[in-house]
Design a protein around this ligand. Structure first.
Ligand code: G3P
Length: 219
């Protein structure tokens, strides 16, 4: 399973990239606004920090303007992945861009039928929003399982990028289902490392080691 970080905060992205476990980055207009940075400038900086796909979202609602925005965004770096909303214009844009070899992430997916459409439009990634789905009384993980089943039925190559992840359980369930990618806020990624018994175990080992009075000699 690939791990993407869902933020436009450079310090957070650097910290995650330093773990060696980061496969990509997703941003959206809200995350760009939160960063307080210039969209083009911060996207370029992110693309220079990570080798994997960096999703940058168009803000136009019509196909023609989306194409113009995508043209500008894809010039930022080779690893830019154009993010488009799951609308008729968004999928028209997706079909055109992926036909030209550009990576596309179709976002704001809330149903399995929408995911089917994204795959038919040749999307590189589809982003079902599990947290927002749960918030509205639906079962986000049921949606992921449905999409996995449908994509496997027809051998679609579109990768399921689970978005709007709120906690480590969402990640665990996505991995069990076989989602391809999880994009997570930095706090959720950090939460995956944590276990109270790991901390307790380290404490015990270090205390016992200190009693030996030994050090591991440098080679
Ligand atoms: O990648 C989409 C994600 O950022 C949405 O997350 O928490 O705003 O629902 P959230």
């Amino acid at each position: 399973m690939k791990f993407f970080v869902d933020t436009a905060d450079i310090a957070d992205i650097k910290e995650m990239a330093d773990t060696g476990l980061l496969d990509g980055v997703t941003t959206n207009p809200s995350l760009i606004a939160k960063s307080g940075r210039d969209f083009m400038e911060v996207t370029k900086e992110i693309c220079d920090l990570v080798d994997g796909p960096v999703s940058a979202e168009v803000v136009a609602l019509d196909h023609e303007t989306m194409m113009k925005e995508a043209e500008t965004l894809r010039k930022i770096a080779d690893n830019v992945c154009i993010k488009v909303p799951l609308t008729i214009d968004g999928l028209k844009t997706c079909k055109k861009l992926t036909g030209d070899g550009t990576m596309v992430n179709v976002t704001l997916c809330f149903s399995a039928n929408q995911a089917l459409l994204a795959a038919k439009a040749g999307a590189t990634f589809v982003s079902p929003f599990v947290g927002r789905h749960d918030d509205n009384g639906f079962d986000g993980m049921e949606l992921i399982a449905d999409i996995r089943r449908i994509y496997d039925n027809y051998d679609f190559g579109t990768e399921i990028l689970v978005a709007s992840i709120r906690n480590p359980v969402h990640v665990l369930q996505s991995a069990r289902i076989g989602a391809d990618v999880a994009t997570m806020p930095p706090a959720v990624i950090k939460g995956l490392f944590k276990h109270v018994l790991t901390d307790k175990g380290i404490e015990g080992f270090i205390a016992d080691w200190e009693k030996t009075g030994q050090t591991i000699p440098a080679s």
